[in-house]
Design a protein around this ligand. Structure first.
Ligand code: ADP
Ligand code: GN1
Ligand code: MG
Length: 361
């Protein structure tokens, strides 16, 4: 922790660091809560194996948070609380390099909590509102200002190719033991091109999207349970509303944790789907095209399948991307995703009926 104190000082030269403790449960960055004599801050080590262009990344999040603050002011919201506010170092940069690693610091938003597992359905409705509002706020953001922080992030065709390579290379010697799971993905190859083709031929529009709409990327107010801010903005880039909708459903439309080992309790729940869809569509439904609306049930399946193949691919590669906390962690995660995909495939009509009900169609 000594190094962390030194790094914190690069952003806070005039404050006394009283405490540093680990924060949150993200799979990518390493996050700390820093308490000083003047206030609280979040210090993050950026995972530069994944985000190789730190300059481009920080320029993206600066532009996006600046834009959100402006929008918040326009509609009478507290601009200091509704998004991340990054601190500068002495040299005026929004990040610091220390021993080959990149760090950034932002103001800690106090009085909030994040949800790691769906327990209260109402909070899923509220996260729908948060991500729907986020989409609506960024509707007129000029996408050409953003660099692509991770190439082909939700390109499921390229994700499938990466998966095939992981199977072929079998770097950790694990492929033979997960034959069933590999087959599950391979059986769905033709499905993986559905959105890629529609984006290419223009039947789906390109939007500015969050791209990582996991429930724990929304800060909730401790007192009211209402959403305060959407965080983890590293993957904000041109994308599709279907990515944000599908990824949120993937994580929240089940009461089971993403890494639950007992698959008998991993079930897709249509009532939870309805909660998120209602919040999301109340905020941005009028901006969606007919094709986007028609594709929402498939978005749930696509993003869940994509995440499952990323987890399984990482397991095969020897756990080099997602942080793991136990042996077989990525395999457990992949299995929950595949169980949800199977459930969702049986629920396409039900999902469609829910969407139509919400939109009064
Ligand atoms: P990762 O990319 O690793 O998921 P995040 O930016 O999502 O990184 O941060 C990880 C976790 O840290 C979040 O899920 C949240 O619980 C917590 N966290 C991050 N920023 C804040 C903040 N400003 N206020 C309160 N909690 C935060
Ligand atoms: C990662 O950073 P975090 O934990 O919010 C990942 C997402 C996955 C998610 C699965 C940059 O999200 O794409 O859907 O894990 N983020 C990145 O839980 O790869
Ligand atoms: Mg996160």
């Amino acid at each position: 922790m000594n190094n962390i104190v030194k790094i914190a000082k690069l952003f806070l030269p005039n404050e006394e660091i009283l405490d540093v403790s680990p924060l949150g449960n993200g799979h990518i960055n390493t996050t700390y809560l820093v308490t000083t004599n003047m206030g609280k801050y979040t210090l993050q080590q950026i995972n530069t194996n994944i985000f190789t262009d730190v300059e481009g990344l920080m320029s993206n999040v600066e532009k996006v948070t600046h834009f959100i603050r402006k929008k918040a002011r326009e509609c009478g919201k507290d601009p200091e609380k509704c998004t991340l506010k990054f601190l500068s170092t002495k040299s005026g940069k929004k990040y610091a390099i220390y021993k080959d690693s990149a760090y950034r610091m932002y103001r800690y938003i106090d009085g909030v909590y994040t949800i790691e597992k769906m327990e209260n359905p109402e909070s899923f409705y509220h996260s729908g509102i948060a991500f729907g509002e986020f989409a609506e706020m960024l509707k007129d953001f000029d996408a050409s200002q953003l660099v692509e922080t991770i190439k082909n992030f939700h390109n499921t065709v390229s994700r499938f190719r990466d998966f095939e390579k992981a199977v072929e290379n079998d770097a950790a010697g694990r492929a033979a033991d997960v034959f069933e799971e590999i087959k599950f993905v391979k059986d769905r190859e033709s499905f993986t091109s559905l959105f890629v083709e529609q984006l290419e031929n223009g039947s789906l529009p390109l939007r500015v999207t969050h791209n990582d709409t996991k429930l724990n990327n929304v800060l909730m107010d401790e007192k009211t349970g209402l959403p305060v801010a959407v965080i983890d903005l590293d993957t904000v880039m041109p994308g599709s509303y279907l990515y944000d909708f599908g990824d949120a459903i993937r994580f929240g439309a089940t009461k089971a944790a993403e890494d639950e080992k007992d698959l008998s309790i991993v079930n897709f729940e249509i009532d939870l789907f309805e909660k998120f869809a209602k919040g999301y569509l109340e905020m941005c439904g009028s901006s969606l095209t007919d094709t986007e609306i028609e594709m929402l049930p498939y978005a749930s399946i696509m993003l869940t399948l994509e995440c499952g193949m990323r987890f399984l691919g990482d397991y095969l590669n020897g756990d080099i991307y997602f942080k793991i906390h136990r042996e077989g962690h990525n395999l457990d995660r992949a299995r929950t995703q595949f169980k949800l995909v199977s459930d969702m495939e049986k629920n396409v009509d039900n999902m469609r009926a829910v969407i139509n009900k919400i939109l009064n169609k």
